[in-house]
Design a protein around this ligand. Structure first.
Ligand code: COA
Length: 387
């Protein structure tokens, strides 16, 4: 792959002339290295968080442990993890003042991601450190935002259904509390494990669209809440986090195994995107999808709807044969969430509940070594017009 790399120090030597790189314009910055990062890396089809493979973390960690890793560049000791978990969970509760305002935000005909974007922006108004750019304030806000993200999503679900907003249980994890507050019942231990693994798999992903949005906003030295709101806006789109919801809608529309292959062929003939398939970086498979595929097979069988997995696998195989494209993280996560009874439009908000950990790590890295993002536009408009 060809990368476009800015020559170090060049623009300082030629102060009046900044070199313009004209390659990759209008191509979504494909192949452009936009910054250095030590948060996560993709090499071939290997994904690492801070040096640990995603397979290792998914198998042997918890979401809280992975969050600590992303923010601190090392795994916590048992004692550190205990403290970190209790700090996070103690930030999960939403204040009654804030809830009163949340209840006034319309929920009908509003996508949960749009509601979440507003709710996260609002929470800054109760944060006395919102504009404090110091390192200590950053840590507090990181804990608050990460702790509260899941509670806000569950508050949305409660408000739109006219149900009470539940408080988290202090001795439980983020995964447990999320499932409890979303459904109102204590979740099964094996479902909590599956959900926690999903949170780990979605926690970070190098310079994806929403991480980049976080960094762009942080690079103007805007505050953390603003950076996270930018990220939520970017994640909402169907080409990024919004795809998991679209996968489930697609599977429901297809309906039966028999119709799956024809659906894919028709979509390709019409030049339509098959959701959850393809990736800008992975061309030989997304390692997260491989883990989720196994989880989807097991969970759909357990739920008594194994055809959902069979249909997904058929779409996956057909896309590989017809177009050489493989599933991404959103493809099999859809049926995993569906098997746990999670409402379809909550899938993308769940992505945010997890990815906030990565966004914060990227914001932290950006603030620590900042230069404002200010690329150039190649002028293709009219010139010399007169009124
Ligand atoms: N379904 C059908 N065709 C697809 C496709 C999909 N999901 N993803 C890519 N393609 C096709 C493109 O149409 C293009 O075909 P062409 O060369 O015949 O014109 C080719 O594959 C290259 O795709 P391109 O759009 O350049 O990929 P990209 O790197 O710009 O986009 C994605 C990557 C992820 C945005 C894209 O694959 C996509 O839209 N996938 C569906 C949405 C999704 O799942 N998003 C979640 C990402 S984690």
């Amino acid at each position: 792959m060809a990368f476009i790399v800015r020559p170090v120090g060049k623009e300082k030597a030629v102060a009046t002339e900044v070199q313009i790189y004209e390659g990759a314009l209008d191509k979504g910055l494909e192949g452009v290295v936009a910054c250095s990062t030590a948060v996560s890396s993709i090499q071939g089809n290997t994904l690492n968080f801070r040096g640990y493979t995603i397979e290792d973390l998914a198998q042997n960690s918890t979401f809280e442990e992975v969050t600590y890793l992303l923010w601190n560049d090392r795994l916590p000791s048992a004692e550190e993890l205990k403290t970190f978990r209790s700090q996070l969970v103690s930030e999960m509760e939403l204040s009654s003042d804030y809830i009163e305002v949340l209840k006034k935000i319309p929920t009908q005909n509003v996508h949960p991601m749009a509601w979440l974007r507003t709710a996260v922006s609002l929470i800054a108004h109760w944060d006395t450190e919102a504009n404090d750019m110091g390192a200590e304030a950053f840590k507090h806000k990181a804990l608050r935002l990460t702790g509260k993200m899941g509670s806000i999503v569950c508050a949305f679900e409660a408000i739109r259904n006219g149900k009470p907003i539940l408080n988290p249980k202090k001795d439980k994890t983020i995964a447990w509390n999320f499932m409890y507050m979303l459904t109102g019942t204590e979740p099964k231990a094996d479902h909590v494990k599956v959900f926690d693994t999903c949170l780990i798999l979605h926690a970070d992903h190098e310079l994806n669209c929403s991480a980049f949005a976080t960094r762009v906003t942080a690079s103007s030295l805007s505050d953390l809440h603003s950076a996270i709101v930018s990220a939520i806006g970017a994640l909402k789109g169907p080409l990024h986090g919004g795809a998991n919801e679209q996968v489930m809608i697609m599977l429901k529309k297809i309906g039966t195994i028999e119709k799956a292959q024809a659906f894919v062929k028709d979509a390709l003939a019409a030049k339509e995107k098959v959701m959850g398939i393809g990736h800008r970086v992975y061309k030989n498979g997304d390692p997260r999808a491989a883990i989720l595929r196994k989880m989807s097979e097991k969970m759909t069988k357990e739920m008594g709807e194994p055809h959902l997995y069979t249909m997904s696998a058929l779409i996956d195989d057909t896309m590989q044969k017809e177009k050489g494209l493989m599933p991404n993280v959103d493809f099999y996560s859809a049926t995993v969430y569906y098997s746990m009874g999670i409402p379809i439009d909550i899938y993308t908000p769940i992505f945010a509940v997890s990815r906030i950990s990565g966004w914060i790590a990227h914001a932290q890295e950006q603030y620590a070594n900042n230069r404002i993002y200010r690329p150039r536009g190649k002028w293709v408009g009219k010139d010399g017009l007169k009124k």
